[in-house]
Design a protein around this ligand. Structure first.
Ligand SMILES: Nc1ncnc2c1ncn2[C@@H]1O[C@H](COP(=O)(O)OP(=O)(O)OP(=O)(O)O)[C@@H](O)[C@H]1O
Ligand SMILES: [Mg+2]
Length: 276
């Protein structure tokens, strides 16, 4: 039978038409006792340039594992990952290093993602050093500019992570992720560890960065109130599988799965986050 309608699930074409990240039939199992248990099971999705795809679902659904697979922090068992049409799983050498510049990550806990013994300017500029995109003598100036771009003053340059608040640290982690001018950032619960009042500021910063730089986010969260603010589309995960994916508006107004409806009904009434 001929399929004329191999339709993409993305009806949204507001900003971009180019797909940045394509994931097809991605699977990964981990040992569980004497057997293997799938953490990510036949997952497929597309993320366009400059857009945000939220991965939501209950704890253990496979959200973080999906993000780590995409960045090649862990190896998939099977499936395809491509960025601008290039096979990510097969990248080696200089191509892999270029991919690592182009695809960055922001973690939940900035206290553990920044080296406690490294001054802030060095932590922010470290990717530039690693990827040799900036002469050593210019690193501190670049760090100052990066801090400025995330709303942090240069008086923080010589401090250690313990001298910054949680929100300041997450901004520094964002500056570090931006240092190599990536086209993709995997954000894994990027504000979950922050005070609610600070969450809104960091989310607004991420939105501003996307508008200015056109960076795409794969946004892992269990917070559906946040999803409505940041995501163009949403993939709902359960037990390693994507059980529903749709544009954000469609998912919120007409969820198809009972599981999605349950997640949506669990959104707390929180005026602080509602004003993000
Ligand atoms: N390195 C690992 N070794 C063994 N099992 C793992 C490993 N990483 C993840 N898992 C398992 O894979 C499954 C998916 O985990 P994952 O961390 O991706 O879930 P998640 O959706 O991010 O959950 P949460 O919302 O709690 O962060 C879980 O059953 C988890 O225990
Ligand atoms: Mg997780």
């Amino acid at each position: 039978m001929l399929h004329a309608s191999h339709k993409s699930w993305h009806p949204l074409t507001r900003w971009s038409t180019m797909s940045l990240l394509d994931v097809r039939s991605l699977s990964k199992s981990f040992p569980h006792g004497s057997t293997l248990r799938p953490a990510v099971d036949d997952v497929s999705f597309t993320l366009r340039e400059g857009e945000t795809l939220a991965l939501v679902g209950e704890s253990g659904a496979g959200k973080s594992t999906t993000g780590r697979l995409v960045l090649r922090l862990i190896d998939a068992d099977s499936g395809e990952i491509s960025i601008r049409g290039r096979d990510v799983r097969g990248l080696r050498g200089a191509d892999l290093r270029n991919f690592r510049r182009d695809a960055q990550m922001i973690f939940q806990d900035p206290f553990s993602s920044l080296n406690p013994r490294m001054r802030i300017w060095k932590a922010v500029a470290e990717p530039l050093l690693v990827h040799r995109v900036c002469p050593r003598g210019e690193l501190k100036d670049r760090a100052a500019a990066l801090l400025d771009s995330v709303g942090l003053g240069t008086h923080l340059l010589d401090r250690y992570p313990t001298g910054l608040s949680g929100g300041q640290l997450q901004r520094a982690a964002i500056a570090r992720a931006l240092s190599t001018d990536p086209s993709l950032i995997v954000c894994d619960e990027p504000v979950a560890a922050l005070d609610v009042s600070v969450q809104a500021q960091v989310i607004n910063l991420l939105l501003d960065i996307q508008e200015q730089r056109g960076v795409a986010y794969l946004f892992v969260t269990h917070d559906l109130a946040l999803v409505e603010k940041v995501a163009h589309s949403v993939a709902v995960m359960r037990a390693g599988k994507i059980v529903e994916h749709a544009t954000t508006g469609t998912l919120f107004s007409a969820p198809e799965q009972d599981y999605t409806r349950t997640l949506l009904s669990a959104i707390p009434e929180m005026p602080e986050t509602a004003t993000v």
